[in-house]
Design a protein around this ligand. Structure first.
Ligand SMILES: Nc1ncnc2c1ncn2[C@@H]1O[C@H](COP(=O)(O)OP(=O)(O)OP(=O)(O)O)[C@@H](O)[C@H]1O
Length: 588
């Protein structure tokens, strides 16, 4: 066992490529740059000392080979000298400077740094390596391309050995085989979806040299129809730029395809937050210990370019008229009221929830009905990615580093197990269902076409059928019943602190009508920090219970709101069951 670890460690640190570079502006300063399976190591040797910094491969997102750009002649009356900053272009550009035989390798990294006060933060760093050891550009380019190929393969998670590097010649240079579908909602949140994509995501895709096709949604349900009707196999991933509503459309569009099981396994979904809630994007960042800063697009953009993906629990939701697959929440009562009624304050972004929470607390409502739930049998097992900080004495790299060589040198998927565990109760005989109403967002009263919903077969009795005695039942009045399968319902709502993307549990929060206003205020304030979720809540006025499935039967003499992933669905009986790890999601 320990032998294996040693072999593995030495493999991680074996030098794949090494080169010496010089900093033109600093005399007697030499950089030895090494590439190993675990990262890019910069060793700075000066007269005074030797310093070293390793940039882990997981912090590098891409690299590009470029040439220097032809200098444009300055105006004759120009008195200032031309800027010394390097201008580079693509190898095949008509604008390149033939007189410079150097090949430049630009390496783009987003390095974790502990900034004072604001905790962990990623800083963009560009390392420029100038290859000019040879007399001809072609030979220098050959070297730069070799480095590029090794770095790209390492980013993709491939294990590169020293013998294969010899094959990384120009004719065998790295070719990207990924292509992303971008679905961007221009109307999400404060209406900045397109801006976010152009300014925050596209530049990172360009640095990573990942091609993409951008489709801007034209109307509600556009993304759902697009996913349902397109040849998705031309893309290796789907990036959604928007809020949870558009993610809901994409996921349900997948389940409206007969080949849903193939698509859900092979094409991961990534989300770049642009909505007013952004519960999924926030939960992914939390799951991966990524810092969440005021404009939190970086973790999502990084997830889009990396090859990392993980499984995510999905929940099959059944109402009297439709079946849908949910990734975030099912709600009845207070939080759903806030979600739907605050729509009119959409322009305020996330603030709308806070303002409407206070309004609803003053005019508090409760709803009568029955709640059944099936408690989760197995306790939660937490798996968490930990970002290690680089050890040793750091170089404190600035945001740009220019270096150059010396001249003149010579799982068995859960839906299968779900099918095999089909209970004797469910009524549907296959795994496709016809909705009787328009499924998905918008006004539930508005009936559109009737798409077939495919997906795994249910494991619980269908909605009107009686439930087994193993289910618990509470009958009474509720301020709310809200279920979540993610840690965060929105950027500010830390709903289920112990929930993880794939913990296999639905976290059911029950607020009984007996809860006092001060308990409710305490509860609402605690939602932002997770303080509301105390360990021994069971039996109290506010309970948080992990379950596998639940059913709500509201008293139909009253009216109210019900939501699935923040989308309005018809008021009435509703039930939900977990399908652990059914989805695939991109993670940073
Ligand atoms: N071009 C469009 N015009 C009008 N509505 C659209 C358009 N594209 C998508 N939509 C609808 O906008 C709704 C809301 O979008 P989205 O979820 O992206 O933002 P949000 O509601 O602000 O965020 P969140 O769901 O996180 O609160 C979606 O349900 C979608 O159906």
């Amino acid at each position: 066992m320990s032998m294996d670890i040693k072999i593995n460690e030495s493999n991680q640190n074996r030098i794949l490529l090494e080169e010496t570079f010089y900093v033109l502006t600093k005399k007697n300063c030499v950089f030895r740059v090494r590439l190993t399976n675990s990262g890019l190591c910069l060793i700075k040797e000066s007269e005074k000392d030797i310093k070293e910094q390793v940039i882990p491969i997981r912090e590098i997102i891409g690299c590009r080979c470029l040439r220097s750009k032809k200098q444009t002649k300055g105006c004759t009356c120009q008195s200032m000298p031309r800027s010394s900053s390097l201008e580079v272009v693509e190898e095949n550009s008509g604008d390149l400077d033939d007189s410079d035989i150097s090949a430049y390798l630009y390496i783009y990294a987003y390095i974790f740094q502990n900034s004072k006060g604001s905790g962990k933060k990623r800083e963009r760093t560009i390392i420029t390596l100038r290859f000019r050891s040879f007399d001809k550009y072609e030979d220098n380019n050959k070297e730069a391309q070799r480095w590029r190929t090794v770095i790209k393969r390492l980013i993709k998670g491939e294990n590169v050995n020293t013998t294969s590097i010899l094959d990384f010649t120009i004719s065998n240079k790295y070719k990207e085989n990924r292509r992303l579908l971008i679905l961007c909602n221009p109307k999400s949140g404060p209406g900045k979806g397109k801006h976010i994509f152009q300014h925050k995501v596209a530049p990172i895709l360009q640095e990573a040299e990942i091609p993409f096709d951008l489709h801007v949604t034209k109307y509600a349900n556009f993304a759902r129809e697009f996913v349902r009707g397109s040849n998705l196999y031309q893309w290796t991933g789907i990036i959604v730029v928007g809020g949870d509503g558009i993610v809901f459309e994409v996921i349900n569009g997948i389940f409206e395809r007969w080949d849903w099981s193939e698509i859900i396994k092979s094409i991961p979904v990534g989300v770049v937050p642009g909505g007013s809630g952004n519960g999924l994007a926030r939960s992914i960042a939390y799951h991966c210990s990524e810092p969440w800063l005021p404009s939190p697009t970086l973790p999502s953009a990084l997830a889009a370019v990396r090859n990392n993906r993980t499984t995510m629990d999905l929940v099959r939701v059944e109402t009297t008229s439709q079946i849908m697959f949910s990734f975030l929440s099912v709600g009845w009562g207070l939080l759903s009221d806030i979600d739907i009624e605050s729509e009119r304050l959409r322009m305020l972004g996330g603030q709308r929830f806070t303002i409407w929470s206070l309004a609803r607390l003053i005019g508090l409502r409760s709803y009568g009905g029955k709640l059944w739930y099936l408690p989760a049998a197995v306790p939660l097992l937490e798996t968490k990615d930990v970002f290690e900080s680089t050890s040793g004495s750091n170089l404190d790299l600035p945001s740009e580093v220019h270096l150059e060589t010396q001249t003149g040198r010579q799982r068995v998927d859960s839906w299968y197990s779900a099918n095999s565990r089909r209970s004797a109760y469910f009524s549907a005989s296959g795994s496709s269902y016809q909705s009787t109403a328009g499924s998905g967002g918008g006004d539930p009263a508005q009936s559109v076409d009737k798409p077939v919903i495919y997906g795994p077969a249910p494991q619980i009795p269908c909605l009107p059928a009686p439930l087994p005695t193993s289910w618990k039942c509470i009958s009474g009045r509720f301020v709310m019943v809200h279920a979540s399968y993610q840690s965060h319902l929105s950027e500010e709502c830390f709903f289920a602190p112990d929930a993880r993307l794939n913990d296999g549990k639905i976290w059911l929060l029950i607020v009984h009508a007996g809860a006092s206003r001060s308990q409710l205020l305490h509860f609402l304030l605690g939602l932002s920090t997770g303080a509301h979720a105390s360990a021994d809540s069971e039996g109290g006025p506010i309970e948080l219970i992990p379950v596998n499935a639940f059913r709500i039967e509201p008293d139909m003499s009253e009216t109210g709101y019900m939501t699935v992933d923040g989308e309005h669905v018809e008021y009435g009986p509703i039930q939900a069951e977990i399908f652990p790890s059914l989805g695939r999601i991109m993670i940073p």
